[in-house]
Design a protein around this ligand. Structure first.
Ligand SMILES: [Zn+2]
Length: 379
């Protein structure tokens, strides 16, 4: 229903094997796919100005319903003009439904057919989330891409538990669809569940396709099952979803997870890793992870990655980055976060170019070969 020109649209421009590249068009701008979405949990990507996030090449941010509903509240953000205006980001925003974080962060959860009641991890106050309330909150935030409210069980879980949570999530998907209504220019994504069980993934995909969504997420992965099990699911799960709609892998991941997911037909991903790692002194580079706190960097005048064009690599040495990390200076997290987000967006652009040129296999081989070489030798 929202596939009208100038509203919400997805166009594939090239495929290479199962890997796809294209663009999602929204009234707030175009999202080049495969896309990596930085996470702006509390209406900020920690340590970054929004214009700096945009400068790394990000076309879309992710916001967290659970955090924003508790503080400063969706109603307050709505009164202040919506999340885009509130946080000074005018490009698209995707919001999660709150379901996953209620399960992982909140205390005293009570789950029923109707929804979830829980206590805030901030002040212990009582709150309720349901498909209807989640749709209302995401509408108040002004989200461009809204996610269905679902229940994601932590793995490992029994097949019976995974099946119960999946079937509840499918009933909630219908309620989310009904509550979302007709909102031109805004998209609602369904979320496939079913753990690592192929039959349950198929049943979930069938239920979602029957309801009909603007995009489809592969949910319930990156919750402790490991990369091999995740890739095992991604070998078949994306194929169960419509070819002509975006496919979003939630909460993934490390650079090699991302390359493997794109290879298997995923179009969108999000993860806190580049920003969180930046604050703990870890930098992602073409040669793998660099721990800037390591003493080997203290006299090293070279940049983190000589091939990177980010401000941290253009203007600063490893010695400086090591020093400000050890001194606990704010600029440490700022520079490393900027570098990491830049690296992730470079990785996505490299994959988009490779898919368009039908050379994804060569890109993947080069990606793994450089990482296997490891960091440049110490001086
Ligand atoms: Zn850099």
């Amino acid at each position: 229903m929202t596939q009208t020109a100038g509203r919400f649209r997805f166009d594939l421009t090239a495929t290479d094997g199962k890997a796809r590249t294209g663009a999602i068009t929204t009234p707030r701008g175009t999202i080049r796919t495969p896309a990596f979405m930085p996470v702006g949990t509390a209406a900020t990507v920690k340590g970054m100005l929004p214009e700096s996030v945009a400068a790394t090449g990000a076309d879309i941010l992710l916001g967290n319903t659970y955090h924003l509903m508790l503080r400063p509240t969706a109603e307050r953000i709505d009164r202040l003009g919506g999340l885009h205006r509130f946080m000074n980001w005018d490009k698209p925003i995707l919001t999660d439904s709150g379901g996953f974080q209620v399960m992982s962060l909140a205390a005293l959860r009570k789950l029923t057919e109707e929804g979830v009641t829980f206590k805030s991890h901030i002040d212990g106050s009582r709150h309720h989330l349901s498909p209807e309330r989640s749709m209302e909150i995401q509408r108040l935030l002004g989200s461009d891409i809204v996610m269905c409210f679902d229940e994601c069980p932590a793995l490992p879980a029994t097949d019976a538990e995974v099946a119960r949570a999946m079937r509840l999530s499918m009933r909630w998907a219908q309620r989310s669809r009904d509550a979302f209504g007709d909102r031109p220019g805004h998209a609602l994504f369904g979320i496939q569940q079913g753990g690592v069980t192929q039959d349950l993934r198929a049943e979930s995909a069938e239920a979602l396709r029957a309801i009909g969504f603007d995009g489809y997420a592969v949910g319930g992965l990156a919750v402790g099952e490991g990369q091999e099990a995740m890739f095992g699911v991604l070998d078949y799960a994306p194929d169960m979803l419509p070819q002509d709609k975006p496919r979003y892998l939630m909460g993934v991941g490390k650079p090699d997870d991302i390359v493997g997911a794109v290879k298997r037909g995923i179009d969108m991903m999000d993860c806190v890793l580049p920003s969180r790692s930046g604050r703990t002194g870890q930098a992602f580079t073409r040669h793998g992870v660099v721990n800037i706190k390591n003493a080997r960097h203290q006299d090293d005048p070279r940049p983190l990655d000589e091939g990177c064009t980010c401000p941290a690599c253009r203007g600063y040495s490893r010695a400086y980055l090591h020093h400000v990390f050890r001194a606990g200076e704010m600029i440490s997290g700022m520079l490393l976060t900027w570098h990491n987000l830049h690296y992730y967006q470079d990785l996505m652009q490299g994959m988009r170019d490779a898919i368009a040129a039908q050379r994804f296999a060569a890109f993947e081989a080069d990606f793994h070969a450089r990482r296997a070489e490891g960091d440049i030798p110490p001086l």
